[in-house]
Design a protein around this ligand. Structure first.
Ligand code: KG4
Ligand code: ZN
Length: 356
């Protein structure tokens, strides 16, 4: 497989506009323009605002990526773009830009699944060999994937409702902590007693690797309201203890489901995590211990490559190109695009659809 082609990658499926140049496993540049400020007043990503901002920022991101890589567009061998899943307006902005560049330069166009970008990141960062198991755990997605090749994925389980990052964000909101919620909750959890409040461990009583997080959020809301009722407010220690209890529940569920997913994945070369929630130190170290118990390498890519970026799209594009060749200009944007087309669809799966 030729990994040494130079690929321009574009990513615009949610609220990060990104462009990157990748050659083989070398990231020559990776530019991410985030839109947090544009959406801050609305408490979430507004699809129309996101799409317009992508259309405005993509060319600037591409210029910056080329100049930081120190190469002209002429030296790029192929153009890879996220063609889904995600917010349709944003995905369209990227796909139209990539098609324009491809038509104007004659360079091959490669439509990449955003989730494949995340799922192949451990190969970009650590050269992990196929097959391997990955847990994608972010603000919009949570699934276990066995990865057998650049376009061969088996979903072993996924959330049937909320993603863990979403649950962290809602927990922070309920406790008056700043967004993004994950880092805030993690910080407070450090000083808290995880045993003071009993949080449920959803779906552990059922077989399989599917997950659920919406009940945890409701449990937190009840505990908070009970405390407010009993003592007319929350003490700092209550907030810390609630954060610690919630985080321990998320960690326990993810670790137990990971244990089950590992049991269903014979012959793998390692276990990887990706997505913003993979930044959580308590979760990372619990998964590291689990892998040590199985004598398996544990791969947690650096945070900038766990969260949305275009380097992963360029890399996944190069691998897909090597096996499937290029797409033509009929490439379309797909707001929904499951990696494992044989997996049964779940209630709520991809409901948020925006992030991965
Ligand atoms: O992957 P990401 O940057 O965006 C997508 O969702 O695609 O993930 C963002 C999510 C947010 O929900 C954020 O609260 C969560 O990742 N997060 C964390 C931590 N850092 C970020 N969750 C738990 N612990 C953290 N340290
Ligand atoms: Zn993502």
């Amino acid at each position: 497989m030729d990994h040494d082609i130079t690929v321009l990658g574009l990513e615009s499926s949610c609220d990060d506009t990104a462009a990157a140049i990748v050659r083989g496993r070398s990231i020559l540049s990776s530019v991410v323009a985030d839109q947090t400020a544009l959406h801050a007043a609305y408490g979430g990503v507004v699809p129309e605002i996101a799409a317009r901002a992508h259309a405005e920022k993509l060319d600037l991101c591409i210029e910056t990526a080329l100049s930081e890589a120190g190469i002209p567009l002429a030296d790029v061998d192929a153009i890879a773009v996220t063609a889904g899943p995600g917010l349709i307006g944003g995905v369209l902005s990227g796909v139209m830009m990539a098609k324009g560049l491809s038509a104007a330069t004659g360079k091959p166009l490669i439509g990449v699944n955003h989730l494949a970008g995340h799922a192949l990141t451990p190969r970009l960062t650590d050269g992990l060999g196929y097959p391997y198991l990955i847990l994608l755990v972010s603000g919009g997605h949570c699934q276990f994937l066995r990865v057998d090749g650049p376009t061969t994925f088996t979903r072993l389980g996924s959330t049937i409702d909320d993603a863990p990052g979403e649950a962290f964000d809602k927990t922070a909101r309920l406790l008056g902590l700043p967004q993004p919620g994950g880092p805030s909750v993690e910080r407070h959890a450090l000083c808290g007693d995880a045993k003071r409040f009993r949080f449920p461990r959803p779906l552990l009583d059922r077989p399989g690797c599917d997950l659920s997080f919406s009940g945890l959020k409701t449990a937190l809301l009840r505990q908070r309201d009970q405390l407010v009722l009993d003592q007319s407010g929350l003490h700092a220690s209550d907030v810390n203890d609630l954060c610690a209890g919630f985080q321990a529940a998320v960690r326990d569920v993810l670790v137990e489901k990971s244990r089950r997913a590992l049991a269903l994945s014979p012959g793998i070369s390692g276990f990887a995590v990706a997505g913003g929630v993979a930044a959580n130190v308590a979760l990372r170290s619990a998964l590291e211990t689990l892998c040590a118990d199985h004598a398996l390498p544990f791969i947690a890519p650096p945070l900038a490559l766990c969260t949305d970026n275009a380097a992963m799209i360029a890399y996944a594009g190069a691998e897909k190109f090597a096996v499937d060749g290029a797409d033509d200009l009929a490439l379309s944007a797909r707001p929904r695009w499951p990696l494992d087309t044989h997996a049964p669809s779940l209630i709520g799966s991809g409901k948020k659809g925006a992030k991965a």
